[in-house]
Write a protein that binds this ligand. Structure first.
Ligand code: GKR
Ligand code: MG
Length: 427
């Protein structure tokens, strides 16, 4: 089989005014949908975070991979590395050029698995070694937020919204608001564990929010807080002590492997990260320093599905736990995450997902339905989903019209509060 074409479609979909350490979500979130076509008439699909550098690179990748066999995933990855990385880049880790190449391959890898699955008549989970569980649990991903629906409504409500879609338009700017959001989200989706995106208000308010969630939900709901590394080591120690015995894990309270390692010696809560260790090259120092207890995998960031399976093995080798990170996404990503989650032996936590915050879809059949906070995968070949071209075109038009080409939460926040800076709320 030969790859004949790769079609790259940037899309934008409605995102409510969610707050985080970097600022505020824009009214539209960006993703890129890719379709890899083959001479046997099989097409594979993938989804990745939007942004101009990944989009530019994906638009140039066609000449590199057209003509290659989709089964040769290793050769395709090397060809992409050779084309998009200089020798210097390939030695660096973290963000930058290497990150763009890794992210590009992450999307391509999912589409290749989709093609291979369709060609051999097997679901992607089987290509990853088969199910170790039939369903994967997801956690309720809570945000402090302004009132509003996002998209064309911005900070206003959508008058036609009902149920959870109405509840999610409520402001959540204090512990009570977050507890309301948590109850509404858990009722709608059946989630049984909770993550709070923090780094927005004073750490005392955010600690009080966790304590209010504990009071409202009791001990059977594991709780996590993620200040996105905006707390100092001292602040993390101080508030970490208040959360001992309450948190399932403490996600990226402070910046750098060194600070996380120092924190880990002081408090008795497992530390998790999707910020201080985000690539294979950072694992040796992570382990040597003892920076954390749990790595949050993400196939969009670690280099695809197979790479994430390898990450699981490495984590268990070094006694690290494995969870899963997310970002604003639609159903192709959610389906790929679910295949992976069903196959990953080392996964031992409910996975993150932003999906409840979104309303639109690009796959046939519309929005994916959670049951009891979990999802399973079908036995259909490949990912088992198909693109809805009408919706894809609609969301592509959103992209063309919304004027956002790169995510910048700081600029979005300054539209609301011109004096706001990232540095002004580092605690
Ligand atoms: O969506 O605002 C957000 C999150 O802050 C996201 O960008 C992070 O990457 O969910 C993420 C995290 O766990 O750090
Ligand atoms: Mg995080």
């Amino acid at each position: 089989m030969k790859i004949t074409d790769i079609v790259v479609t940037p899309i934008a979909f409605t995102d409510p005014p969610l707050l985080n350490a970097a600022g505020l979500h824009a009214p539209y979130a960006l993703r890129i949908i890719i379709e890899i076509k083959t001479d046997e008439g099989i097409t594979g699909i993938g989804e990745i975070a939007g942004g101009s550098s990944v989009l530019d690179s994906l638009q140039k990748v066609k000449e590199t991979i057209v003509g290659m066999d989709p089964f040769e995933r290793n050769a395709i990855r090397l060809a992409i590395d050779n084309k998009f990385l200089s020798v210097m880049d390939s030695m660096s880790v973290g963000y930058g050029h290497r990150n763009v190449a890794v992210r590009m391959f992450s999307a391509i890898d999912v589409a290749l698995f989709d093609i291979i699955g369709k060609a051999v008549g097997k679901p992607v989970v089987d290509l990853l070694g088969g199910r170790v569980r039939d369903r994967v649990d997801f956690s309720a991903y809570l945000f402090y937020k302004y009132e509003g629906a996002g998209g064309p409504f911005g900070f206003k409500r959508n008058p036609n919204a009902t149920g959870w879609h109405k509840d999610k338009e409520e402001a959540a700017l204090d512990p009570d608001g977050v507890v309301y959001q948590a109850k509404a989200m858990c009722k709608e989706f059946g989630f049984k564990s909770i993550k709070l995106k923090a780094g927005v208000f004073h750490p005392q308010v955010e600690t009080d929010t966790i304590l209010a969630l504990r009071k409202a939900f009791g001990e059977s709901y594991p709780l996590r807080i993620d200040p996105n590394a905006i707390w100092s080591l001292e602040t993390s120690i101080k508030y970490g002590h208040m959360l001992e015995g309450v948190l399932e894990y403490f996600e990226d309270p402070c910046k750098s492997q060194e600070s996380m390692a120092a924190l880990r010696k002081e408090i008795s809560i497992p530390l998790a990260t999707n910020m201080c260790t985000t690539s294979f090259g950072e694992i040796p120092s992570d382990v040597a320093l003892g920076a954390d207890d749990i790595i949050l995998s993400d196939h969009h960031i670690w280099g695809g599905l197979d790479a994430t399976m390898q990450l699981g093995r490495i984590c268990s080798t070094f006694g690290l736990g494995l969870s899963m990170h997310s970002n604003s996404h639609l159903g192709i990503s959610l389906t790929a995450m679910t295949h992976l989650g069903c196959a990953l032996p080392e996964l031992s936590y409910a996975m993150d997902t932003h999906y409840p915050w979104q309303s639109e879809e690009v796959i046939k059949g519309g929005r994916i339905q959670f049951e009891d906070g979990s999802l399973g995968v079908s036995n259909e070949p490949g990912l088992g989903i198909e693109l809805d071209y009408e919706q894809l075109e609609k969301l592509h038009q959103n992209y063309l019209n919304c004027g956002i080409i790169d995510r910048n939460d700081e600029i979005e926040m300054q539209k609301v509060n011109p004096d706001w800076t990232f540095a002004s709320h580092v605690y």
